[in-house]
Write a protein that binds this ligand. Structure first.
Ligand code: ADP
Ligand code: ZN
Ligand code: ZN
Length: 806
């Protein structure tokens, strides 16, 4: 039997087996179903969602016992064959269910309730005779009608010929917007007849029809017609009733861009930029899936290189995918792309509603745009002819998804570049250690920009202030004298400044204010985390704990205490010190509502405030000419996170914020306050000395056995009952110990850094390894045990390969 059996991945979470199931394709669906379509299939007692991943003629099962597909959801596939292949790889690479990957590739609107419509794209006469009657009155017909009348085959043919497209309309807030328009009929003779039939007393009607005769077949906004001809609504209605025109629903994409953008031209590249761009273009021309690491200091013009590489890609008739971290998807960034490529750009970020995201996805799916600029998940943009993939700020941890599927956008981008035979650009001023190490090994091609692109714009002058000295001199405030002076100068000169409060994560630590000592774990070289509840310090790597000391173990001072400040407290202090300063605060609290992020930046850009105060949210993408001072209130906070990447993250953060100052002609100054100014991450960030930092940090990682020398995997086990959680974490560890080789070190189980979340107690185990051929299989076996047995007992187990934080 030809094409009679479909392999379907079903949406049954927690089923121990992750493989496709065979279903019979009913006769009437034979020519309709394709790989990549979604279906409803019987599974156990109910119908569940499934994805058709392939169609075949034979099966090992008895045909009589096989169940038929119950319903076809997509007459047109929603996933390309590339995505189906990618999902197989990704499921293996991240150890998860294939269904989770497939779902992650699609906009969430497709998981919501929606209604389907067939929308006419051509003149109705071009349709087959069977379909014509349906589209005589309207361009848009409910899909159910064709299903009921058994015309799906005809519909599918029309879709293939691009006469009709299927549109899913989400049944919730933020659906596709429609506007009512007036379409003038095509026939001038008919209009003339209508004109003749209107009595001379109805002067306005006659005028209107006369005007319509000059605009045969055209579509107008009713409002525009009324204004243009200065006539009333009833006049228009009456003319339409007589058949001179009709009302049609025209769908518009919701405009995700708030304002119009001026077109800008390409800049003349600097020598450094040209050399980099040439190599990228060369790879495009050779159709080589080469990965470039574009290492350029802040303001060196990396974005301009992206833009020109994309231009080349579009001229080749190909598409471009650009990923930027969620928090730098600022209007400033997206405008730069829109100003070059206009309507060819789709933007995808979490600030959009479900419907808006779906609109953007559809523009890509239907080939209406050629460039997508988006956060992590835009890496799945369903382009079919990708010419370049770009990941800006490639070191950002947000490119790794924290939930299943735990994929890294960089890995997916590189996979797609191989599929499409095109280059990938990873751009950063502070590349991740992993990427730079790969570039050094020539796995990636290194491109370097050492100078700022705008001539005369120099890197800002950076000064580090030792806060221990401030305390010795009797200054107990969170502002050093140096910073206070610098702020005052800017207020006098009417220049703008950014104050950055380095606050990352949930953790807090205990620090000696006299000598800067932070208590570390004796086993792990990682800062101990302060637990307020029982006044203890704990190591989240190995479980070591101790009481909070009352005197500093290094200098015996009793100024040792919990460390941490909120933006609000800083704002209050600014108000006291500089009552005249106008402050805009940007943190999680002030950016909760949609568009608030943009509004704050716009206010600041217009010069409505002197000081922009914020968390790491403001570290990136800001490019305002009038900023001449950046103050970092507490460089140390991120340095003492219980994470082996804390030094790297601190260096990245300080480099990023410093890069906000003096980007244009006004010289910039940066003041960094620290209790541990001698730490290499802070010292080397002063002059943006990336390579010395890289060497130093690599040495540390080597000593301690962390990535990129070793790989990590994180197993987490949680349960509502603390004993259950720890018992099963123990079982997981026992299983791994007895199945993995001695080359693997298994650390744990220990309580997770958030030991209780949503009423579940969490335990974790960290696995360090170099080469362990058995590893993935062992994990898969463990997950099988968990899915077939533990899950019933309320246990949750997750496996995260290369976790972004621990
Ligand atoms: P990066 O992405 O490396 O931080 P940008 O691309 O944002 O750098 O460039 C920094 C500034 O330099 C921007 O204002 C940009 O318009 C400008 N710029 C970039 N390339 C050039 C060039 N070739 N000539 C003049 N100005 C440039
Ligand atoms: Zn001390
Ligand atoms: Zn430890």
């Amino acid at each position: 039997m030809n094409g009679s059996i479909a392999e379907v991945i079903v949406d049954v979470a927690a089923y121990p087996v992750d493989r496709p199931f065979d279903y019979l394709i009913p006769e009437e669906m034979r020519d309709l179903i394709e790989s990549g379509s979604r279906v409803k299939v019987p599974f156990g007692p109910r119908n569940v969602l499934g994805f058709v991943v392939s169609i075949k003629n034979e099966t090992d099962f008895a045909i009589e016992k096989m169940k038929p597909i119950a319903k076809l959801l997509d007459i047109e596939p929603v996933l390309t064959s590339e995505m189906l292949t990618l999902s197989k790889w990704l499921k293996h690479d991240t150890i998860c269910y294939e269904i989770d990957v497939l779902q992650a590739m699609l906009p969430s609107a497709l998981r919501a309730k929606y209604e389907k419509f067939a929308v006419l794209q051509v003149n109705v006469e071009q349709l087959s005779f069977l379909l014509q009657p349906y589209f005589k009155q309207t361009k848009k017909v409910n899909y159910n009608v064709f299903e009921k009348d058994q015309l799906l085959h005809e519909l599918k043919i029309a879709i293939k010929q691009k006469q009709i497209v299927i549109e899913n309309v989400v049944k919730q807030k933020g659906t596709i917007k429609e506007v009512r328009k007036v379409k003038i009929i095509d026939s001038i003779t008919e209009l003339h007849t209508i004109y003749e039939s209107i009595s001379n007393r109805a002067k306005k009607q006659k005028e209107l029809v006369e005007w319509m005769m000059e605009h045969v077949g055209q579509i107008f906004n009713p409002k525009d017609i009324l204004e243009k001809l200065n006539c009333s609504d009833p006049v228009l209605h009456s003319v339409i009733e007589q058949g001179a025109a009709e009302f049609i629903q025209e769908e518009v994409y919701r405009e995700v861009f708030t304002k119009d953008v001026k077109k800008t031209g390409f800049l003349d590249l600097t020598d450094e930029q040209s050399i980099a761009l040439e190599q990228i273009i060369h790879a495009m021309e050779q159709q080589a899936s080469e990965t470039f690491l574009l290492h350029g200091i802040t303001g060196s013009g990396k974005t301009e290189i992206y833009l020109q590489a994309i231009e080349h890609c579009l001229n080749d008739g190909k598409e471009a995918i650009v990923l930027v971290p969620e928090i730098s998807l600022t209007p400033q960034m997206t405008e730069r792309f829109r100003s070059r490529f206009g309507e060819l750009v789709a933007v995808m970020h979490s600030g959009l509603s479900v419907g808006e995201k779906y609109d953007e996805w559809r523009k890509i799916h239907e080939g209406k745009v050629k460039v997508v600029v988006g956060a992590r998940s835009a890496v799945f943009a369903p382009f079919e002819n990708v010419g370049i993939l770009i990941i800006d700020e490639e070191h950002e941890s947000t490119y790794k998804q924290e939930d299943t599927p735990r994929y890294h956008a960089r890995d997916v981008a590189i996979w797609r570049s191989k599929f499409h035979q095109c280059p990938v650009i990873l751009g950063s001023a502070t590349p991740s250690l992993e990427s730079f190490a790969r570039a050094k090994k020539k796995v990636y091609t290194l491109l370097t920009l050492k100078n700022r692109a705008v001539s005369h714009s120099l890197l800002p002058q950076v000064e580090i202030v030792d806060m221990r000295e401030e305390l010795k001199n009797g200054n107990r405030s969170m502002f050093s004298e140096k910073l206070v002076d610098a702020i005052r100068t800017r207020l006098d000169r009417k220049e703008q400044m950014v104050l950055f409060l380095n606050r990352r994560g949930y953790s807090s630590f205990v620090m000696c204010r006299d000598c800067g000592t932070v208590v570390q774990c004796e086993n792990c070289d990682i800062s101990l985390t302060y637990h307020r509840a029982n006044e203890k310090l704990k190591c989240h790597y190995c479980g070591f704990e101790q009481r909070v000391p009352t005197i500093c173990p290094e200098c015996q001072s009793d100024h040792i205490r919990y460390f941490g400040t909120g933006t609000q407290k800083v704002e209050e202090e600014i108000a006291k010190l500089f009552p005249e300063a106008r402050v805009l605060r940007m943190d999680v609290d002030t950016t909760k509502t949609k568009g608030s992020h943009e509004r704050i930046l716009e206010e600041f850009g217009k010069g409505h405030a002197d000081i922009l105060l914020g968390t790491q949210m403001i570290a990136k993408g800001l490019d305002f000419p009038n900023i001449t001072l950046v103050g970092v209130l507490s460089a140390d906070t991120s340095l003492h996170l219980p994470d082996f990447r804390s030094a790297e993250k601190t260096f990245q953060l300080l480099t990023q914020v410093s890069g906000r100052a003096g980007r244009h002609t006004l010289p910039g100054e940066v003041v960094i306050q620290s209790y541990t100014p001698e730490h290499y991450a802070i010292e080397l960030a002063k002059d943006q000395q990336y390579e010395p930092f890289y060497e130093r940090e690599m040495w540390t990682r080597h000593q301690a056995g962390y990535p990129p020398y070793y790989y990590l995997a994180l197993i987490q086990v949680s349960h509502e009952d603390v004993l259950m959680a720890s018992e099963y974490a123990g079982k997981a560890v026992d299983y791994l110990r007895s199945n993995l080789s001695f080359n693997v070190s298994i650390i744990g189980p220990t309580a997770s850094s958030i030991s209780r979340l949503q009423n579940r107690y969490r335990y974790q185990c960290l696995i360090k390894y170099k080469v362990e051929p058995n590893l993935i299989d062992t994990f898969i076996q463990l997950i099988k045990i968990y899915r077939s047995d533990w899950i019933k007992k309320g246990i949750q187990l997750t496996v995260d390969l290369n976790p972004s934080s621990i």
